[in-house]
Design a protein around this ligand. Structure first.
Ligand SMILES: Nc1ncnc2c1ncn2[C@@H]1O[C@H](COP(=O)(O)OP(=O)(O)OP(=O)(O)O)[C@@H](O)[C@H]1O
Length: 660
């Protein structure tokens, strides 16, 4: 039965300087199953050119190569890939085994590329290795066996998908006489099993074993001696053809992993280099977050988490304010001063303001208050001792019980003093009567109050008096003034709602407490600083990307022949690209994981140090930072890997296989 027909086959090589070279000048021949054909001829006569064309490694020809009636030139990429996988098996003079794969993996390669399951392909590979007498060496690497054994592995590899045609380019060229005989016997058996074997040889001794000898000279077929093909005696072992599919992503990653393991030291170094950049980025972000958290928790530790403090005007420039004009800044300072000293009616809440605030979702109760800042006009006296009061404020739910360090919250005609002020007056001031001197509408007003307790300040060291709103209102009334609230406290039962309430308050045009505004400004500043630092650290990732690109490029050059073999076995461009991109992916993934790991270790070390020294954990890595670090690493590596991967996928198989 005719398997292969060559009709007026012409091959022109384009020459670099222009012009062409005719390597094959109209070859005509046809081949049947069971033939063992020796292709002989002088060096440069065109034997390899012919084999490359028949093997589908070079589709640039004129005339026809009909495989089972269909011209190879009309094959699309998928058909060509299937042709390599199913119909053709290659045996090379220099074996071309993949050094980092063991014998079973080498033999099974075409099946791996066809996505045949592991069990089936390993079983088949072991059977074939047994047929060529290598059962004892299944898991050795190619450099652990002899030349003859290598060629037997290559023969097993060529047979894995039970192809119709075997192309052997000087298969015994690198072997001694004895090993040549063993290999020739195997090749004869292949032809006997009903395959067509085309074997290029320089040796007459080898040609004498063949059933047909074709002589080529200067690109022409000059003789064709046919002694009659083998009578097909043995049918190939009952081989059930597995379904040929495209290589799976999993297999591409697995192959990439095996490649990487072969050059572990180099890849580990690259991954380590990249991971330092990733670590720097995550560390900067985590540090920023840690510091911000610390500031926020310090600021908030004295306030009640269920309470939102509301002011009518901002006491600080808005955190996101972009105004720069002098006039605007001056106006803002005026407003702030007025708000701080409570002297402006604009900072008082109207009934409609209170209604709006009360209506905010999740607000369970609303408490009005008053707070004022004075510079030397207010004071508190006890006996001969006197202390200046800077802040006067009314009692609210915002003053949490735990901040009261002695005594209790102020009741009627009682005041709460900050600990510092209390200590100036007396060590045992709680329960004693003191005289409070206040400036109300330009007049000094005196009244006696009992000190109900002392409390710890919230971050500031201002001397502070806290009393009930009613008492202060009464004091104002007694002096012909009406006290209007200039601070409102919104209470919610569930503290998880406080953030939402704060957002609503801002939306309605009110502002939060001074601490909050300051914290916000600080947080924003810290965010900017940590992002800038992270961005600077990220510059090193560009260096990493270049490093990965260079290493993968070197890898492509080193593995050019291997890529040629993969293509001869049916790997599509896409498969080759995938293998290399997968390598980049693995480098990226390991760098990312390593970077996160190193940050975690540093986090423990730095936090141990800072918590021992300052009682603060300054590094706070989140899951999102870690994830972002890994993702950035993977993306950068894969982008860097695209170029080399593309280069590898575009390699011409004929040239790749010829590479020394
Ligand atoms: N890429 C190419 N560009 C131009 N000419 C080429 C190219 N490849 C091969 N040739 C030429 O084509 C002719 C046939 O080369 P081929 O490699 O097929 O010879 P061969 O018979 O296999 O030789 P050998 O026995 O030495 O391997 C040679 O003259 C060679 O110089």
């Amino acid at each position: 039965m005719e398997i292969l027909q060559l009709k007026n086959l012409i091959k022109l090589y384009k020459l670099a300087g222009g012009g062409t070279f005719e390597a094959l000048k109209g070859i005509n021949a046809s081949f049947e199953a069971g033939e063992l054909v020796a292709i002989v001829g002088e060096s440069g006569s065109g034997k390899s050119t012919l084999m490359n064309l028949i093997g589908g490694l070079d589709s640039d020809f004129s005339g026809e190569i009909l495989y089972r009636g269909k011209n190879l030139r009309d094959y699309n990429a998928k058909e060509l890939s299937d042709y390599h996988k199913k119909s053709i098996g290659f045996i090379f003079q220099n074996f071309n085994l993949i050094p980092h794969l063991n014998l079973v993996e080498n033999v099974a390669l075409a099946m791996t590329l066809s996505n045949v399951d592991k069990e089936t392909r390993e079983k088949r590979a072991k059977e074939l290795l047994a047929q060529v007498g290598l059962t004892d060496h299944l898991y050795k690497k190619p450099d652990q066996i002899s030349g003859g054994q290598k060629q037997r592995v290559a023969i097993a590899r060529a047979l894995i998908n039970d192809p119709d045609v075997i192309i052997a380019d000087e298969p015994t060229g690198a072997l001694d006489a004895e090993t040549t005989d063993t290999v020739l016997d195997l090749i004869k058996d292949i032809a006997r099993s009903g395959k067509l074997v085309l074997m290029v040889t320089h040796s007459d001794r080898v040609a004498a074993h063949c059933t047909r000898v074709i002589r080529i000279d200067n690109g022409q077929l000059i003789s064709d001696e046919n002694f009659g093909g083998f009578k097909v005696t043995e049918k190939a072992a009952d081989f059930k053809e597995p379904k040929i599919k495209n290589m799976s992503l999993y297999n591409a990653i697995r192959m990439a992993f095996l490649n990487m393991r072969a050059k572990l030291g180099r890849n580990a170094l690259v991954a380590f280099g990249t991971s330092i950049g990733i670590m720097a980025v995550i560390l900067m972000l985590s540090l920023g977050r840690g510091v911000t958290n610390y500031i926020q928790s310090t600021m908030n530790s004295y306030t009640n988490p269920n309470v939102t403090e509301v002011h009518k005007q901002s006491m600080m420039p808005a955190a996101n304010s972009t105004s720069t004009s002098q006039a605007e800044i001056s106006q803002m300072q005026q407003n702030n001063m007025a708000a701080l000293t409570g002297s402006s009616s604009e900072s008082n809440f109207t009934q409609s303001d209170l209604k709006k605030l009360q209506k905010i979702k999740h607000v369970d109760s609303l408490e009005t208050g008053y707070t004022t800042l004075s510079l030397g006009t207010n004071s508190v006296e006890y006996g001969s001792k006197s202390a200046t009061i800077m802040t006067l404020q009314t009692m609210s739910a915002n003053i949490i019980k735990s901040s009261i360090v002695s005594g209790k919250a102020p009741g009627a005609d009682e005041i709460l003093l900050d600990k510092g002020t209390a200590d100036i007056l007396s060590k045992n001031i709680v329960g004693k009567n003191v005289t409070l001197k206040l400036m109300i509408d330009g007049k000094q007003v005196k009244k006696t109050f009992k000190v109900s307790g002392t409390y710890e300040q919230q971050g500031s060291n201002f001397s502070t008096v806290i009393m009930r709103y009613q008492d202060l209102a009464a004091l104002y009334q007694a002096n012909g003034q009406t006290l209007s609230p200039n601070v409102v406290y919104l209470y919610t039962k569930n503290k998880d709602n406080t953030e939402k309430i704060k957002e609503q308050v801002k939306k309605l045009g009110f502002s939060g407490s001074m601490q909050e505004t300051m914290t916000e400004m600080f947080t924003q500043m810290m965010d900017i600083i940590s992002y800038v630092l992270a961005a600077i650290a990220a510059v090193s990732l560009v260096v990493s990307a270049i490093m990965i690109l260079v290493v993968l490029n070197i890898s492509v050059v080193e593995r050019t022949r291997e890529i040629g073999v993969l293509k001869a076995l049916g790997a599509r461009r896409k498969d080759i690209r995938r293998i290399f991109v997968s390598e980049a992916f693995l480098i990226g993934l390991s760098s990312g994981l390593l970077g996160v790991g190193m940050t975690a270790v540093l986090q423990v070390l730095i936090n141990n140090f800072t918590s021992a020294k300052f009682d603060v954990n300054v590094v706070s890595m989140t899951f999102n930072y870690a994830l972002a670090g890994i993702l950035i690493s993977v993306i950068i590596s894969m982008i860097a890997g695209l170029l080399p991967a593309n280069r590898a996928s575009k390699l011409d198989p004929v040239e790749a296989l010829r590479k020394e």
